[in-house]
Design a protein around this ligand. Structure first.
Ligand code: PEP
Ligand code: MG
Length: 583
């Protein structure tokens, strides 16, 4: 019952629920309770004579689904900025899952073998695929099973002839609360008319989350029991920054969130102004802020946020979520798009960092199924060098892209000098082969650099600096390997400390070795995008920082003056001495 007559304020007792904030920002509006995801399905037996009829029903549902997805794609293409590309690529992935995929083959087989209706066959096939995926313990792949489930749910809906609820008809800044919001649903959301959304299911890595960010819609996913508490048309606040939603907020809560909304808008305006300014310390030292990217569409974000280059392109994403390997031409198109998109700014392409327990299906033959320490196994440059065909394809594509603009080639997880030497030999051989074929590549081969992300590389940085043309410090792994703390194990997350003196000492070794050999050095681990550490990293001698595009303005704002750096370094030294028990 309403306790307050003012629309948009308290109506019942305020209720705060926590989830995963996947897209930052604050939205305040009235709740629209979304569709409850998958429909219930019962099993019915069919006899042999009905098998073909059931398969034909299934084929019809597949073809209806394809038509629906194509229509959605046409609509998605009209969305603003990178949202069109993001959503378009997910819809393409869904369309591919409706071609001759494991799901489609499996359902047809099951209808014949188990003699059951198509709806139930889809459900059982999804469960089996889900088990295979969950055994992989990989967030990225786990998010892909969500996509397969969404496609399965669409097929079931079409078999049962139950249409989707269209979010496109919503308006007035409605907040969608649903069990699940699919990427295709997101294609129907117009940020000018929808405030934000919150769901019971979904994680940070999924495509729904990626798209919410691309559309700039505040979103919180993974809120257990959301729909048990939510009421249609009741006021609700989505706090995508904190990862919380407030149902039936009290008037003072609404007031304080409105104030925060204005603060966020003001901060964004201020940061926008910084985009075009150079990053320079008060004593005139220029700091280069680069972007880390995985997808070509992120180039737009990198430029919009003022990146002066791409400091890390994680090429392993090209190998994920598919059954075959990306060939030279496909990789070339991807790299060339990045290089052209950056309009003359430098692009650092990293050869793939895959291996251990995260092998894509097409590379599964390279790993034992039960390795005890996958992070210490056949990963990254080790895998590339184990099978030169893998490395050569990437190098050829990168060299061809280098003809279109400044490219640097970077090797991940280097632990010995010989890895750089062998990679350089490979690059030279591949370049000779390309030239013989008359393929255009630059006269001067691109710089070949090493990531410093294994303690051995940092400790032997002098020797490595004699072979590598540049260094890039990867603190995400450097912390993991130095402190013996698995970066993805939440049970030891409290020990994962990028500020541990041992880590900072290794960074210092690498910086000094690079300076002695006069080679460029950058840092591209997550620490580089954290504004709190900007002064410390500059104090340690770093001048090139590479980070997720959205962090660039925040870090730029914190480029300090020299006195601040001096104070920070004093603090740092005091901490080092205190930690090791001296002073
Ligand atoms: C790192 O290890 O810091 C790094 C940048 O590489 P990735 O996160 O891809 O392992
Ligand atoms: Mg790494």
């Amino acid at each position: 019952m309403r306790t307050d007559e003012t629309p948009g304020t308290a109506i019942a007792k305020e209720h705060k629920l926590k989830g995963i904030g996947v897209s930052p920002g604050i939205a305040i509006g009235l709740a629209y309770i979304g569709d409850r995801g998958e429909l219930p399905v019962s099993e019915s037996r069919i006899d042999e004579a009905q098998i073909e009829h059931e398969r034909a029903r299934f084929a019809e549902a597949v073809s209806t689904s394809i038509k629906q997805l194509r229509k959605l794609k046409t609509r998605a293409m009209a969305l603003p900025g990178s949202a069109a590309d993001e959503i378009g690529s997910v819809l393409d992935a869904h369309l591919a899952m409706l071609a001759n995929s494991r799901l489609i083959r499996g359902v047809n087989r099951r209808i014949g073998r188990s003699r059951i209706n198509a709806e139930r066959a889809i459900q059982l096939e999804l469960d089996e695929i889900g088990e295979t995926f969950s055994a992989m313990e990989d967030d990225y792949l786990a998010a892909r099973i969500d996509d397969i489930r969404v496609v399965g749910a669409r097929l079931i809906r079409n078999l049962l002839k139950k249409p989707y609820v269209a979010y496109s008809s919503l308006s007035g800044g409605a907040i969608i609360l649903a069990e699940e919001v699919t990427p295709a649903d997101t294609a129907l959301m117009d940020p000018r008319r929808i405030g934000g959304f919150a769901t019971e299911y979904g994680g940070r890595e999924g495509h729904t989350a990626i798209m919410a960010r691309a559309l700039g819609l505040p979103a919180v996913l993974g809120i257990p029991g959301l729909l048990d508490h939510a009421r249609a048309e009741a006021p609700v606040i989505v706090d995508g920054t904190e990862g919380a939603i407030i149902l039936d907020p009290a008037p003072e809560t609404v007031r304080s969130y409105k104030a925060r909304q204005q603060e966020v808008a003001r901060e964004r305006r201020l940061l926008n102004r910084l985009r075009r300014l150079p990053a320079v310390t008060r004593d005139g030292v220029e700091i280069e802020l680069h972007a880390n990217v995985e997808l070509p569409v992120e180039v737009e974000q990198a430029l919009a946020n003022g990146a002066v280059g791409l400091g890390l392109v994680r090429t392993e994403f090209l190998y994920m979520n598919r059954e075959d390997l990306p060939g030279e031409d496909e990789q070339y198109s991807f790299f060339a798009a990045l290089v052209s998109g950056m309009e003359g700014r430098p692009v650092t392409l990293r050869t793939f960092d895959i291996g251990g327990d995260k092998l894509p299906e097409a590379l599964a033959g390279y790993a034992a199924s039960d390795i005890a320490n996958p992070a210490l196994g056949l990963r990254a440059i080790r895998l590339s060098l184990r099978d030169r065909r893998l490395l050569d394809v990437q190098l050829a594509a990168m060299l061809r892209a280098a003809a279109r603009g400044p490219v640097r080639i970077m090797l991940p997880m280097v632990s010995t000098v010989s890895e750089v030497r062998r990679a350089r030999e490979a690059m030279e051989q591949v370049s000779r082969r390309l030239r013989r074929r008359g393929v255009r590549i630059p006269d001067e081969l691109p710089p070949l650099g090493a990531m410093v992300e294994v303690p051995a590389a940092a400790l032997a940085a002098d020797a490595l600096a004699a072979e590598a043309d540049f260094f890039a410090i990867g603190t995400n792994d450097l912390v993991q390997y130095t402190l013996a703390v698995d970066r993805s194990d939440e049970t030891v997350a409290d020990l994962y400390n990028p500020l541990h003196p041992a880590v900072l000492r290794l960074i210092q070794f690498a910086v000094e070795a690079a300076a002695r050999r006069d080679i460029p050095i950058s840092i591209c681990g997550e620490i580089a995008g954290d504004p709190r550490y900007a002064a410390l990293l500059l104090g340690l001698g770093l001048r090139q920082l590479s980070m997720s595009p959205r962090n660039i303005p925040r870090v730029k704002q914190r480029i300090p003056d020299p006195e601040q750096v001096a104070v920070l370094l004093d603090d740092f030294n005091a901490t080092v001495w205190a930690t090791i028990g001296v002073g």
